[in-house]
Design a protein around this ligand. Structure first.
Ligand SMILES: Cc1cc2nc3c(=O)[nH]c(=O)nc-3n(C[C@H](O)[C@H](O)[C@H](O)COP(=O)(O)O)c2cc1C
Length: 198
């Protein structure tokens, strides 16, 4: 049976977007896929929580599509998480509305993959930077899947961008078909902590 995929798209300057726009255009007409443009829907950032929770309930897989902004997500996506993932619905007593629904990001970044490494200027891998999202998903009982990353976007010429958009459409179609990317477990990596008394 087809999995119903909800793409929660967050981009504050969508009209100026090149990469996300191309990716999104490639999936707009896919059956069983709903594209929900958060900035278009909520220009004043006043999120209708009941509406969002009902929309989530109608879908099996959540895709958060967004550009990487300051090693994280755009503000409205954070606002969405803060307001929609309520106690008693997303987590806590009887809060099981999201349990079992996979969470996956589709992220674009200016930086190339090789600058997201310990010795490079961004120091941390994308997986490390996304840990707050991974743990949020885990708290809500959602399998947190390996993201679809489009990096070094300024180097993508028109042909490469169209190819990437076609790959995105195939990736989203695989989600619909239930052919999911692997689950991420960065908690299994060696742990680094603040020094006690430092
Ligand atoms: C406010 C802001 C913050 C950004 N932060 C990052 C960042 O932390 N890491 C990175 O690799 N690129 C960063 N970028 C670059 C964007 O990720 C890049 O412009 C975007 O993915 C391009 O997609 P678009 O054509 O859909 O806008 C940032 C861009 C803006 C405007």
């Amino acid at each position: 049976m087809a999995q119903r995929v909800l793409i929660l798209f967050s981009h504050p300057y969508a009209e100026a977007s090149r990469v996300n726009r191309a990716l999104l255009n490639a999936v707009l007409d896919l059956p069983d896929v709903t594209v929900h443009d958060l900035y278009e829907h909520y220009p004043e950032q006043m999120i209708d929580v009941e509406h969002e929770q009902a929309l989530v309930a109608e879908h099996d897989v959540l895709v958060f599509q967004h550009p990487l902004f300051w090693y994280s997500c755009p503000a409205l996506m954070k606002n969405w998480l803060d307001t929609v993932l309520t106690f008693g619905w997303a987590y806590g007593d009887d809060g099981d509305a999201l349990r079992g629904k996979p969470w996956v990001h589709a992220i674009t970044s200016g930086g190339a993959a090789n600058v997201y490494q310990r010795m490079a200027y961004n120091q941390f891998s994308i997986a490390e930077l996304l840990r707050p999202f991974e743990q949020t998903a885990t708290l809500c009982g959602m399998p947190y899947l390996q993201p679809f990353l489009t990096q070094d976007v300024n180097q993508l010429d028109e042909i490469a961008l169209q190819k990437r958009a076609a790959q995105y459409a195939a990736w989203v179609q695989a989600l619909v078909d239930g052919d999911l990317p692997p689950v991420v477990h960065t908690a299994h990596a060696p742990q680094v902590d603040f020094l006690e008394g430092a």
